[in-house]
Design a protein around this ligand. Structure first.
Ligand SMILES: *[C@@H]1O[C@H](CO)[C@@H](O)[C@H](O)[C@H]1NC(C)=O
Ligand SMILES: *[C@@H]1O[C@H](CO)[C@@H](O)[C@H](O)[C@H]1NC(C)=O
Length: 415
């Protein structure tokens, strides 16, 4: 998640201060702030096109000025994805009442907390998963090889044949990872998307960012769901895709780091529509469930699933239908209740999906207020920082991902 209010005031300089005048001495981190680090491809003087929340036009500033602005609590939003919005679902999507209860429960029963521990331990062992760092690239390559290993080891041969694992390249080194299980239906080309972001960041990008909760937790929650699904031979009727996004911290918050990000988001979100010519409106059904931070149960609070209700395709009634559907899944298949909550700003990738016109839902570890504000975007975003970091809480989100995949993807068992 992209935190806003909790950001440290890293530097005291005003947004408009030219780089050469930046004075770090009044910063809480003072002159300990490294201005570079080996293996980073990040130029603090590079120009960025930044769209601030509530503004119509993006403005040009340096990377450093952008970091300073965010440190002062100014939030940004996704670029205009309106050029694809005409592709939004044109008809009311059909969400059948959840009725694959037995199948969902049998897959849920095979989830293993130890897998969450092992994979998160590895995923947080990189110094940072910052999207412009070498270790960020290495962590993404590890995730890619892990999804490949799981598929080879656990999916039955016939299922392996309909699974594709792809890197989705960007203009920076770290790629997004897309794993697709093709649907068995020859007529239904809709897609069920389950996503999390694989990168991490420190408020000051050159510092360590283990990103255990943000968003190692969401990334590994859905990876374990994927393992359980393919182990059970899950062959959906509609395509089901697992997405691990690079650079959420930029993309969802509007990144707009440069024009390329804009294009990257558009091409990622719209890549299925590329074969459609011209401007003819067309209904593409796509249901997106975003996971960002799934581990934290704040001391003294009730364990619950936060269902975000803002920035999820705000203009569409479909999103509220999907959000209601998501609540139903929590009630049916999880051991903890849901609670509605709001970020108040475009806090994760669901906002980009929503802005592009697709029904999207976003679940989070708690209410926004009770989420892990104290540690994310710092070197303390570790799983061993506090007993409040809960692997069994993460597992509840794996259950939700499984039910979302099976109930919306469909599953006609060939028996
Ligand atoms: C669930 O309901 C849909 C229609 O609403 C039906 O097509 C499907 O066969 C049902 N699945 C199961 C497992 O009962
Ligand atoms: C999945 O389906 C698409 C088209 O529907 C096809 O192009 C692709 O080759 C299929 N992938 C696999 C791995 O079967």
């Amino acid at each position: 998640m992209k935190a806003v209010a909790a950001l440290l005031a890293l530097v005291s300089a005003a947004v408009a201060t030219p780089l050469s005048f930046v004075d770090n001495t009044q910063s809480p981190l003072g002159n300990l702030l490294p201005m570079s680090y080996p293996g980073f491809d990040l130029d603090l003087t590079a120009p960025r096109l930044v769209l601030f929340d509530g503004q119509d036009e993006p403005v040009v500033m340096t990377e450093l000025e952008k970091i300073q602005a965010k440190a002062r609590g100014i939030s940004t939003e996704a670029p205009d994805l309106g050029s694809r919005a005409h592709l939004r679902v044109a008809q009311k999507p059909a969400y059948p009442a959840p009725n694959h209860t037995e199948a969902v429960r049998s897959v849920i029963d095979t989830l293993a907390i130890q897998n969450l521990r092992d994979t998160l331990d590895k995923f947080t062992s990189y110094r940072t998963r910052y999207y412009r760092s070498e270790t960020g690239k290495q962590s993404q390559k590890w995730l890619l090889s892990k999804t490949t290993e799981i598929t080879k080891k656990f999916a039955p041969k016939a299922l392996q044949d309909v699974i594709s694992i792809q890197e989705f390249p960007h203009s920076w080194a770290q790629s997004s990872v897309i794993v697709r299980i093709n649907g068995s239906s020859s007529t239904d080309d809709s897609v069920v998307v389950i996503g999390a972001h694989l990168d991490s960041t420190n408020n000051w990008p050159f510092l360590p960012a283990p990103g255990a909760d943000d968003d190692g937790s969401g990334s590994m929650s859905i990876l374990e769901a994927y393992r359980a699904l393919v182990s059970a031979g899950f062959q959906p009727e509609r395509a089901v895709e697992f997405h691990w996004y690079s650079a959420e911290v930029l993309v969802c918050t509007g990144g707009v780091e440069d024009q390329n990000i804009d294009l990257d988001v558009l091409s990622l979100i719209g890549r299925r529509t590329a074969r459609i010519s011209g401007t003819q409106p067309i209904a593409i059904s796509q249901y997106c469930l975003q996971y960002d931070m799934t581990a934290w149960v704040k001391r003294g609070t009730r364990e619950e699933v936060g269902i975000i209700t803002d920035f999820v395709d705000p203009e569409s009634v479909f999103q509220s239908i999907l959000t209601e559907y998501n609540k139903k899944l929590v009630e049916l298949y999880l051991d903890i209740p849901w609670v509605e909550t709001k970020c108040g700003y475009a806090c994760s990738d669901h906002a980009s999906w929503g802005k592009a016109g697709y029904p999207s839902v976003f679940t989070i570890e708690a209410t926004y207020e009770n989420s892990n504000h104290g540690n994310i975007h710092t070197a303390n975003d570790r799983y061993d920082i506090s007993p409040e970091f809960s692997f069994s809480h993460m597992l509840e989100f794996s259950k939700l991902a499984i039910s979302f995949a099976i109930e919306l993807g469909g599953w006609k068992k060939a028996d």
